[in-house]
Design a protein around this ligand. Structure first.
Ligand code: ADP
Ligand code: MG
Length: 648
């Protein structure tokens, strides 16, 4: 068996050389990567190409797993550094690595970054003309690329299958792998082509998959549908310590947004809205007031979307106002804040979107502006959800039900008085202590209030109602409202009618939410969710005390100080003037090379330059993010600037 396959391999090699006049990539690879008789180590690749000194949590395990030939599934939060987990093995393995990725923008970004690092990579997708596509395929066959990004739709086309049969494929790596699962929030039917493609290859390569979605269903789907063989699975901590979370319920969201932006001048941020209309409103308000903002939603032409995205990525515009259509795979590292102008539909979306802040590890903020209308809008979207391609009615109904359940958990997030970080992590299956000291709940002063009486009235009202009703009706009843629906169903005759006249509606809602979070009442998953008693309900009716933490009303601070820039460095001061100068130089170089500034150097790299003030090539290479290739391109320019500064 072995000799036969060896013979086939030898013949294949001969055919290959005859047809293309070049040796297969595996041999070229050995030539390139060999250094004094030994292959480069993964640490050397990390330093030389990417300019980093050490692996982050989880990266090393995943790299080792792939290099040992095992299928691998990596689940890490956005910004954790999943790309390196397949890019480094790709450089160390003999053949070519194919990376499947869902979006054109994402591929382009990744390939540009690799080229910047001095690595031969390309992408194959519908943004190429027929001619460019053919050229790229030819280069692929000739072994010019080590890493090739492919759109899933291309995999089973005749031309690509043929090309794939001509090359040695060491690994197929699936990025954003949750797209293969119908339980995920970005199901893409074209991802289902991946297992078919892998099956058609003569030699099965290592298959690796990466995602930031950690729920159990999605994880199982990925392994099963992709046909991972006994995979090494690694889930790293989901905590992003540099992000500060907060939830606010401003009476005027627009005013709150403007105030926030004014307090954070010169910082890049994303504002997510639920609908196109809201994007337009917020965008207009910002632009009208002279802020440097752009927008992104599905109603714009491809052309305009691309332009706006680039304006943001290239730092030509500071603020991006967008729907959730914006962002998958956006690797802009210096986003300092993400504001959710509306509550998104579930925690997965929230954490993924919020997680686009602070990818460089510097302190950043994630602010959510909640209002009751957000729940209504999301419910409307769920009701109108269309079944995805190839989904039967039953499955579609199930998916809808799950969406409602997820929306509920998202809503609870906005009302919880616990540590927000703890709530998020628990949602993703991580348990920790309940105090992070870096979220709006941990940071505001709490006061614990005895809400037993109101709780008793609410539960009593649910218990004595003739049938089950939704939250609004119950709140209205105890509040003693006179709306027509309430009168129509006779709730004004309920013994608890008007028992909480004094409490404002929002307080009643908060307390009701607290009862749900604590399990004293239950909200069904139906299209029109209704409240029901639980086994704990009686405790309250029998006189137990219920405490609820609420934020103390903060006396309004009058801001006199000019807004201060965020301290960029995690430790130690940073000279902002110098930082701005380095930033200016980065912009200049980026323009010249037509790449986004963060692909020249990230904010974090510039910050370190400010602190270390390297004087020589050796010192410069010690700055995190400066690899040899980057140094060759940009190192001298930065050294010269730093030198000038020293002389002043
Ligand atoms: P994601 O997990 O969301 O795909 P990326 O792979 O895009 O994350 O990486 C996020 C950022 O972290 C990038 O700017 C990347 O260069 C940086 N990064 C990755 N690994 C390391 C490391 N070992 N040391 C320092 N920075 C790293
Ligand atoms: Mg990624």
């Amino acid at each position: 068996m072995k000799t036969a396959s060896a013979r086939i391999a030898a013949n294949k090699r001969q055919d290959f050389i005859k047809e293309y006049g070049v040796v297969p990539i595996s041999e070229l690879h050995r030539f390139f990567i060999k250094k004094k008789g030994v292959l480069m180590t993964k640490e050397e690749v990390l330093k030389k190409y990417f300019g980093y000194d050490s692996f982050r949590a989880g990266q090393e395990t995943l790299v080792n797993s792939i290099l040992s030939g095992r299928d691998t599934l990596g689940i890490m939060p956005t910004g954790a550094g999943k790309s390196l987990c397949y890019q480094i093995p790709a450089l160390l393995m003999p053949g070519i690595t194919l990376v499947i990725s869902p979006l054109i923008s994402l591929m382009k970004d990744q390939v540009t970054a690799l080229n910047q690092a001095g690595i031969h990579a390309a992408y194959l997708n519908s943004s190429l003309t027929q001619g460019q596509y053919q050229t790229a395929l030819r280069n692929l066959i000739q072994g010019r690329y080590k890493i090739v990004y492919v759109a899933p739709e291309r995999l089973l086309t005749e031309s690509f299958l043929w090309a794939a049969s001509q090359i040695e494929i060491s690994m197929v790596s699936v990025d954003e792998a949750h797209c293969i699962s119908q339980w995920g929030q970005d199901f893409r039917p074209s991802y289902l082509k991946i297992p078919d493609f892998v099956e058609q290859l003569q030699v099965r390569p290592v298959v690796s998959a990466f995602t930031a979605t950690a729920t159990a269903e999605v994880r199982e789907d990925i392994a099963a549908i992709l046909g991972l063989q006994d995979p090494v699975t690694l889930v790293t901590g989901f905590d992003r310590k540099n992000l500060r979370f907060s939830v606010k319920q401003p009476a005027d969201k627009m005013a709150a947004t403007l105030a926030y932006i004014m307090e954070h001048p010169d910082e890049c941020g994303i504002i997510y809205c639920l609908t196109r209309k809201t994007v337009e409103e917020v965008h207009n308000a910002l632009v009208g007031r002279g802020f440097s903002a752009t927008r992104y939603h599905a109603g714009l032409s491809d052309e305009e979307r691309r332009e706006n995205q680039e304006d943001f990525i290239f730092d030509r515009k500071e603020i991006m106002v967008a729907t959730n259509a914006f962002g998958m795979g956006i690797d802009k590292s210096n986003v300092r804040y993400v504001i959710h102008y509306n509550m998104p539909k579930n925690m997965e979306s929230y954490y993924q979107e919020a997680g686009r802040a602070g990818r460089d590890g510097l302190p950043s903020e994630c602010v959510l502006f909640y209002s009751g209308q957000d729940v209504v809008t999301n419910q409307f979207f769920i009701d109108r959800m269309e079944a995805a391609e190839g989904m039967d009615e039953e499955t579609a109904a199930l998916v809808q039900e799950r969406e409602r359940e997820r929306l509920k958990k998202m809503t609870f997030y906005c009302f919880t008085n616990e540590c927000l970080r703890a709530y998020i992590l628990r949602y993703f299956g991580e348990y920790g202590d309940n105090y992070c000291g870096n979220c709006s709940n941990c940071l505001t002063q709490f006061e614990e209030k005895d809400v037993s009486e109101t709780a008793r009235n609410l539960i009593g009202c649910v218990k004595t109602a003739r049938r089950s009703y939704g939250m609004t009706l119950i709140v209205d009843t105890v509040h003693g409202s006179k709306n027509s629906r309430l009168l129509q169903v006779g709730m004004d005759q309920n013994p608890y009618y008007g028992t909480c006249e004094e409490e404002p509606i929002y307080r009643l809602r908060q307390i009701l939410n607290h009862l749900l979070v604590e399990g004293y009442l239950f909200l069904t998953d139906d299209k029109y969710p209704v409240l029901e008693l639980t086994e704990k309900s009686e405790e309250i009716l029998n006189g137990s005390t219920l405490l609820m933490k609420t934020a103390k009303e903060q006396p309004k601070k009058i801001k006199e100080k000019k807004p201060k820039k965020r301290l960029l460095a995690e430790e130690g001061e940073v000279d902002y003037d110098l930082f701005e100068k380095l930033r200016g130089l980065r912009m200049e170089l980026a323009k010249k090379d037509r790449v986004p500034p963060y692909l020249v150097f990230t904010d974090k790299t510039l910050t370190q330059m400010c602190q270390l003030r390297p004087k020589s090539k050796e010192e410069m290479l010690m700055v995190s993010g400066v690899g040899e290739n980057k140094f060759r391109k940009y190192g001298e320019a930065f050294l010269a600037l730093l030198n000038e500064e020293r002389q002043d």
